[in-house]
Design a protein around this ligand. Structure first.
Ligand code: AKG
Length: 309
């Protein structure tokens, strides 16, 4: 593990993102996410899998239009719906280490978490800095809030200072609604291709300008609490005739499952039945195991977290 705390001339801490090798255990990463809101896992996937991922996805990126908003980046290209486009991406969406982190970060506040959004973000040379934002802003909830999403942003290319490695404000998951990061509170997630940046929904972040002459591409596979609406409409992006070929873990993760007791039924029963030829129709709108898990969840008191300021 590399975790260095530097001091500047004013004796104040220089922000840093703790960075771990990929043999790190999930509990260590959960602890770091709870204390800093962000963490890097270096070299989590090898060159062979990166090569597979590129060969499956790059044609879709090459044909993608440039962004049409400042936020999407007018010199950037994006693609979503990645599960239908790449088998390697389907595997990465259920990466055991990432799911174990979701268990620790999202698990305490829901009985099932979901795949929230899949996206490729390619910054071309000349792209400007993105608006710094919190992913949790899509929900009308005051920050700091308990983690509503866990973002897993994979380095599809190397992430360098020059090519636009994501800017993150460590510790900002505890900041009040109105506190914005100062310039010296932002640090870039510099990491080699195949690494992974993780951060939670109250963390301020955004892509840095690409001042290099090469592209910088990140692949976001983000997760959310099972009782929230997912950012990407996963069951329309992967309708039943497509999703029936996915692994059962992935089918359930994208939404062919209850999001909690009584959440998301189809004709009274579990939507996983839509993907089974031999399904005889289950007319239970919830399941005893879900009900039992639900009992263990402490009621959320939004806006009740301690802030740092
Ligand atoms: O591309 C990046 O570094 C971050 C992108 C991001 O946060 C977003 O588009 O929501």
């Amino acid at each position: 593990m590399t975790k260095v705390t530097q001091m500047n001339g004013n004796d104040s801490k220089v922000p840093e993102i703790a960075s771990f090798d990929s043999d790190v255990n999930a509990a260590t990463l959960v602890e770091e996410l709870e204390s800093a809101g962000c963490v890097i896992v270096k070299n989590h996937i090898d060159d062979h899998r990166m090569h597979q991922l590129h060969s499956e996805l790059q044609p879709y990126l090459d044909s993608a239009p440039y962004g049409r908003t400042e936020f999407a980046g007018r010199t950037s290209r994006r693609r979503n719906g990645l599960l239908t486009k790449s088998e390697t991406c389907r595997d990465l969406a259920i990466d055991p280490l990432v799911l174990a982190i979701c268990d620790g970060i999202l698990g305490p506040n829901c009985v099932n978490y979901r795949l929230h959004v899949t996206m490729l973000v390619e910054l071309m040379p000349g792209e400007v800095r993105q608006e710094i934002h919190r992913d949790g802003e899509i929900y009308p909830i005051q920050h700091p809030a308990p983690p509503m999403t866990l973002s897993a942003f994979w380095a599809y290319t190397d992430f360098t200072e020059e090519n636009g490695a994501t800017l993150v404000a460590p510790g900002s998951h505890r900041w009040s609604q109105d506190r914005r990061p100062e310039a010296d509170e932002l640090v870039q997630a510099v990491m080699p291709k195949g690494s992974l940046l993780l951060y939670t929904s109250s963390v301020w972040h955004g892509s840095e300008a690409n001042r290099s002459d090469s592209v910088r591409t990140g692949m976001g596979l983000h997760y959310s609490l099972g009782w929230l609406r997912q950012e990407e409409n996963q069951v329309l992006s992967s309708p039943p005739e497509v999703a029936r070929h996915f692994s059962e873990r992935l089918q359930r993760l994208i939404g062919y499952d209850f999001g909690g007791p009584y959440l998301g039924f189809v004709e009274q029963g579990n939507p996983i039945g839509l993907l089974r030829d031999d399904d005889e129709g289950d007319f239970a709108r919830t399941e005893p195991a879900l009900n039992a898990q639900r009992e263990k969840i402490e009621l959320l008191r939004l806006g009740a977290l301690n802030t740092d300021d």
